[in-house]
Design a protein around this ligand. Sequence first.
Ligand SMILES: C[S@@+](CC[C@H](N)C(=O)[O-])C[C@H]1O[C@@H](n2cnc3c(N)ncnc32)[C@H](O)[C@@H]1O
Length: 278
Amino acid sequence: MTNFPASIANPNQALWEKGDFTQIAAFMRQSGEVIVESLGITPQMKVLDLGSGDGTTAVPLARLGAEVVGIDIARNLVEAGNRRAAAAGLRNLMFQEGDACNLHGVADHSFDLTLSVFGAMFAPRPFDVAKEMVRVTKRGGRIVMGNWIPNDPTFVSQVLKISSAFTPPPPEGFVSPMTWGVESHIIERFGQAGVPKENISMVKDTYYFASPDKTPTQFIDLFENFYGPTMNAVDAAQKSGRLEELHNQLVELAKAQNKSKDVGTLIPATFMRVTVSL
Ligand SMILES: C[S@@+](CC[C@H](N)C(=O)[O-])C[C@H]1O[C@@H](n2cnc3c(N)ncnc32)[C@H](O)[C@@H]1O
């Protein structure tokens, strides 16, 4: 018997455990709260936050009185989320390790709402992900996803595009996470999970990455040092002697898109908000 390192056993997990997404999430708290406030949360509502990270949306969901489970593939983020829940005294919030492709151990029809903001889109096997989200959500309940949009001119799509231009091509059969931002794919994936297209609404919305005191250049430094997909691009660019080129492209992008009037960062990014009624 061979014991494979975790990175070979599950590259998806290795990618998100490689860095420390909490460093980026610190810029996402305000928009996370705005999304949660739009969801009509009522006390005791059962909510799954899938690809929850350290709780950008799970913490505000719990503050509104929902019973929240955060599931994430990255063990470091599960631990960070549980630390945040404990520090906030939120007993109605727990984080656990799990894979959006196969939510084994989660019973059918457990949740009134399954929320996944830039989370489940990063799991491989999108058809399995749609099926699992439908399976664990109650009939009469909802699934809400926030997904980045391919080839969009705004920040995140461009960061991922620049990063992938410096990274070796993905393995054969790899499905880009960005396809979750395309209407026809969304309809097809939920369609195979048994949801008619009349039950799916898709609207573009704006997310803000905000910090009062960190500059756009410091924000990019965090991407390069802590955000798995950009860290991989940095590793590859270092090997090919193109690190400065990558860094300059990212900094230029962040500066060009920054709307802050002072030293801080306020960068808008367009995403697809998907609501599925079951
Ligand atoms: C861009 S972060 C967003 C985190 C969080 N939703 C937020 O808004 O701060 C993507 C998250 O999806 C998680 N993730 C990636 N693949 C996953 C999978 N297969 N199953 C569950 N979580 C996954 C990552 O570990 C990471 O926490």
